[in-house]
Design a protein around this ligand. Structure first.
Ligand code: FDA
Length: 318
């Protein structure tokens, strides 16, 4: 079922006033903990160790977005460098080829993309530092997709980074954007590693499909292109219909069960994660951490009425 409150919640995800109210509610923290691995790098690393022990791949996101301060953007980049340094110490058996079990996910808006005048250049500079460090450590780096006003700049930065680190840098495409089918064709032809998701922001009809059926149809068209392409598809969804379609497509193409991977968010559908691993599929968990969890958390509430109801029930007075 589509969430009728989705537009209001996505607006709240960007509202400082709503942020003040929601983050001050005593109950919020307990529910945030279902979706966020903790405030600190140590908490995230503990979650990562546990997931890796249970045969999951991981991608780690240091939460934060929409930075309007160059010093803050550098601090975010610094936190990623420290994270990569610690991830590189984890005892893991990693083959020369094939998917990397460890990945970091970065949001360019946290690295300065929204700064006036030179935001694109600042984000590129910070992202390049992270990409270099990740490549040296044999860790993948994936550039997250944010709202559509950032897409052109994000793809330009991704292409620049992929020229320097074609094996380790990948990005995210959002099936709800009308442009994405063409983007899938271009990136698939370049052999890129692409995470396909439905899209989590509030977008106008002019650039995005808004009805669930249209978004799902677009997702399936994009999936077909990526599966037939020469890159590495990362199927990021909790939707049983999309998961089944991906498995069928991979068999039909044919693409081996380990020539693509499924991805899910931390705390969501753990039983389905276990089932896919039991089938011998690669499954990567997106692990967010940090104290700037507000926007991420509210987007999760917007996605699913059940998440929202759980929050509202917990928040209601006895
Ligand atoms: P959707 O929300 O359409 O739900 C379809 C069905 O899936 C439901 O009816 C239900 O059956 C099942 N389902 C969904 N959530 C469930 C739950 N919590 N519990 C049980 N069943 C559930 N977005 C973005 O814009 N930029 C990005 O960079 C990323 N990155 C990203 C990484 C990863 C690893 C994932 C999994 C997702 C993202 N997203 C994202 C978020 C993405 O765009 C999207 O908002 C969510 O994944 C929700 O869409 P679904 O495909 O899961 O299905």
């Amino acid at each position: 079922m589509a969430n009728p409150l989705r537009p209001a919640l996505l607006a709240a995800a960007r509202s400082a006033r709503a942020e003040r109210s929601i983050t001050r509610m005593p109950v919020t923290r307990r529910i945030v903990d279902r979706f966020v691995a903790g405030d600190s790098r140590d908490a995230a690393l503990a979650a990562v160790r546990d997931l890796v022990r249970r045969n999951r791949f991981v991608t780690i996101d240091y939460l934060g977005e929409d930075t309007h301060d160059p010093a803050q953007a550098e601090r975010v980049a610094g936190e990623y460098l420290r994270l990569i340094g610690e991830l590189a110490q984890l005892p893991l058996e990693v083959g020369e080829r094939g998917p990397r079990p460890l990945e970091v996910s970065v949001k360019l808006s946290a690295l300065g993309q929204a700064l006036p005048d030179d935001g694109h250049a600042v984000a590129l500079r910070n992202a390049r530092t992270i990409a270099e460090s990740a490549a040296a450590a044999g860790i993948w780096m994936t550039v997250d997709a944010e709202d559509h006003t950032t897409t052109e700049s994000t793809h330009a930065i991704v292409r620049e980074l992929r020229r320097e680190h074609p094996e380790t840098v990948g990005t995210v495409l959002q099936a709800y954007l009308r442009r994405t089918e063409a983007d899938c064709r271009a990136f698939a032809a370049e052999g890129a590693r692409i995470r396909l998701c439905k899209g989590a922001y509030s977008e106008p009809e002019s650039v995005a499909f808004r009805r669930k059926r249209e978004v799902d149809e677009s997702y399936l068209r994009c999936l077909r292109i990526l599966m037939r392409g020469s890159g590495y598809p990362m199927v990021a969804t909790h939707d049983p219909a999309m998961i089944e379609a991906a498995a069928l497509l991979a068999t039909a193409v044919p693409r081996g069960g380990t020539d693509f991977e499924f991805q899910m968010l931390y705390g969501i559908r753990p039983a389905e994660q276990e089932r896919l691993i039991g089938l011998g599929q690669h499954l990567r968990v997106y692990v967010p951490f940090g104290d700037q969890w507000y926007g991420y958390f509210v987007r999760r509430l917007a996605e699913r009425p059940a998440n929202l109801m759980f929050f509202l029930r917990a928040a209601a007075p006895e």
